[in-house]
Write a protein that binds this ligand. Sequence first.
Ligand SMILES: *Cc1c(COP(=O)(O)O)cnc(C)c1O
Length: 421
Amino acid sequence: MSLDAKPLPIPAAEIAVLAERYPTPFHLYDEAGIRENARRLNAAFGWNPTFQNFFAVKACPNPFIMKILMEEGFGADCSSLPELLLAEATGIKGDAVMFTSNDTPADEFVKARQLGAVINLDDISHIDFLREVAGLPDRVCLRYNPGPLKGGNAIIGKPEEAKYGFTRQQLFEGFRMLRDCGVKRFGLHTMVASNELDPQYFIDTAELLFGLAGELSRELGIVFDLINLGGGIGIPYRPGQQAVDLERVGRGVREAYERLLIGAGHPPVKVCLECGRMVTGPYGCLVTRVRHLKRTYKNYAGLDACMANLMRPALYGAYHHITVIGKETLPHDQIYDVTGSLCENNDKFAVDRHLPALERGDVLVIHDAGAHGHAMGFQYNGKLRSAEYLRRRDKSVTMIRRAETVQDYLATLDLARLKTF
Ligand SMILES: *Cc1c(COP(=O)(O)O)cnc(C)c1O
């Protein structure tokens, strides 16, 4: 094992300067990379003049990032009241907001209605619930769970064991109910994969949805104006993995669209995605320093970051590549468990990772932390979430979220009451 095998999203020399300027750990995002990538996705679906990716807010719920994506024509895919409020604060509203929730509380439907969001229902019982709490909008989208018709993958599991969506039979019933209640515009959605790298998977999903939309349309005498193929496009976390060929996905989806919808006499439809991971994931990283080195039964490198800053390795055993700034070309002939300070033994960014010999103070970059990274942060064990910085197109760097402080941690406690308690 020699040399670092994965390029950084931002030049190492710049990261070294930033690590001197700002306290580590912090998340760092690259605006130029995010914009170029968004444009590539839009271009791959340029054949559909109304195409839109609703950025899955949960992947990176930062309104500064969301604003950049809005400027690139993206909408927002929200699934909670705070996410709806973030979209509103960013200026994303109306049908640029897709509200895909499950087990939904009434106030979230009310807010989604108020914003004019496209409401995507997760269950047939939610048709009556939505009508009661917020009234039915003139367009409603339903989420399909294809069950055994579609193989799942490791993160999201098998569709028939997933809690989401309507069965096929419920879709026919649900759209009939909506039609009979006077709903005029219809959307169809599914989300069956997560971090999937096979482009054919998304083309197969499109075929499934377009074919089903055609059937529903013929049987119920309704037409669809929106079909959302969901998110789940993966990213190459490991060196040597291939990014999804977006152009190939776009071409394959187009072929299915023309054959199964337009060819079957259905009017044009707005084709949508709701990707999060592939939009910001590769263009964000976690910058951290080695705090302690420890030798017992194994070699440990303890960082100033922990799983509160990036939970994916602890949660899914996910691989995140690690680059040691300034040591990229040294032999990677040492083996470390790279840990955080949380009192859980799974608080490890890497297990048995080949790295160059480390010293205290070394700056490490944990790659591909731009999605489902900072967003998954938590305060267990009194660990606090780090700051987020954005490298602008002119290479200047600006803070887009400050680090949490002990005051934030204590903010929900009324300590004064302890005296009389
Ligand atoms: C999480 C989620 C997404 C985004 O998934 P990515 O893997 O980030 O693309 C999209 N839609 C729904 C409904 C989700 O729950």
